[in-house]
Design a protein around this ligand. Structure first.
Ligand code: NAP
Length: 360
């Protein structure tokens, strides 16, 4: 492959460039052209140097960014894909631990997996690239259109709910009607992952709240109304979550002070899923009374990272279901289209951003 335009950084130090790069030796029986790539908190964290786990591929002094992508097949030597198919490439590539070997690199047990655009593998924010068919998931539902680019962030949410299901089976978690209706979920953050969490939370039947420490823009308020999700401004009322305690807490902020403030508002048998990461978040003190609170209520604190192929497939089903249910409102998840070369996007979040995408 010759020289192609790409967004790249020098991980983990950070920075951002858009220029032609030369990448050699990448295998793959399918040639792909990105149609859309999404920007997420992880991309910005890598660019501002706050994610020390990011690193360049061996032999390179740079890392091509991008792990959220909707691509078109340009050429295929695989019987599984044809020119023109729309596909989503998997982010995580397995190492050799037992979890990786059974197709669950999301649960890698020795850290020797790689992630495109994050850890030791070039990402998808470039004019074209090759990949192997077993790393690709086909988008079957043409009606999804651009929303297919949300498959990757949605697969994280699907996996986190798998964690929730496993953990909640350790006690009777449902209500007396054996449903989750009336149970309360609080999602910290109002970014794209938080909105995707809120959608799945509503599907499960939770009374759902999303929270930030400032007011949100009108487009996000409209989105909450369309999805039947309540917004909480914690600066206006730090204790407001409508009385009853929280059954499911999902954090997308990575801010320990905020997380533990709301852990202390959780119900017996509550489950907290930690998802957001921010190494620059202020240090918070946790006291013995916090530990007592968690222990005495059987509260589970569970980390959840990435997802496996099965979750990409379920994510596509979720997106199709949400498209049928919410129609045009779901399209509002994409709040801005940008062109390759726009660098400011990696350094500053546009106002009202849910998901910004680059059209290639
Ligand atoms: P994002 O758009 O930056 O979302 C983070 C949200 O948290 C923003 O809405 C931010 O608010 C809010 N926030 C920050 N501090 C807060 C606080 N103290 N209280 C309330 N809200 C607060 O990023 P994203 O793309 O949705 O991703 C969410 C997080 O998950 C990021 O940290 C990302 O690195 C991480 N992530 C994890 C995985 C995984 O597998 N575990 C995968 C992808 C991403 P404002 O920006 O409006 O101030």
């Amino acid at each position: 492959m010759g020289e192609i335009g790409a967004y790249y950084t020098d991980a983990p130090g950070g920075g951002i460039n858009f220029n032609t790069v030369k990448i050699s030796g990448e295998g793959g029986n399918v040639l792909l052209k990105p149609l859309l790539t999404g920007i997420c908190g992880t991309d910005r964290g890598i660019v501002n140097g706050s994610l020390s786990f990011a690193y360049n591929p061996p032999g390179y002094s740079f890392l091509v960014l991008g792990h959220e992508s909707l691509c078109e097949v340009v050429e295929s030597d695989s019987p599984q894909f044809r020119k023109g198919d729309r596909v989503v490439p998997l982010v995580r590539r397995p190492g050799e631990c037992p979890n990786c070997l059974i197709g669950r690199p999301d649960n890698c047990s020795d850290g020797n997996k790689h992630e495109a655009g994050i850890t030791g593998l070039h990402g998808f924010m470039r004019g074209e690239f090759r990949d192997f068919d077993h790393n690709l998931v086909r988008v079957q539902d043409n009606s999804l259109g651009d929303i297919g680019v949300l498959t990757e962030p949605t697969k994280n949410v699907v996996k986190a709910f798998e964690v929730f299901e496993r953990v909640s089976s350790r006690f009777v978690y449902n209500n007396s009607l054996s449903t989750l209706e009336g149970k309360k979920a609080l999602i910290i953050g109002t970014g794209s992952e938080a909105f995707l969490y809120s959608l799945l939370s509503r599907d499960y039947g939770f009374e759902t709240y999303i929270l930030n420490r400032h007011d949100i823009e009108q487009n996000k308020k409209d989105m909450c109304a369309a999805f039947d999700v309540n917004f909480v401004n914690s600066a206006a009322d730090r204790d407001l979550i409508n009385g009853s305690p929280i059954d499911l807490l999902i954090d997308t902020s990575g801010d320990p002070g905020t997380i533990f403030h709301y852990v202390r508002k959780m119900n017996y048998n509550g489950i907290a899923i930690l998802f957001g990461t921010n190494e620059r978040a202020p240090v918070a003190t946790i006291g013995g009374d916090d530990i007592d609170y968690v222990v005495e209520r059987n509260i589970t604190l569970a980390g959840s990272v990435d997802a496996a192929r099965i979750h990409y497939l379920k994510a596509l089903d979720c997106l199709s279901g949400w498209k049928r249910k919410y129609g045009k409102a779901l399209d509002g998840m994409i709040t801005g289209y940008y062109t390759p070369g726009d660098m400011d996007l990696f350094m500053h979040k546009p106002a009202g951003e849910i998901k910004s995408v680059i059209r290639w």
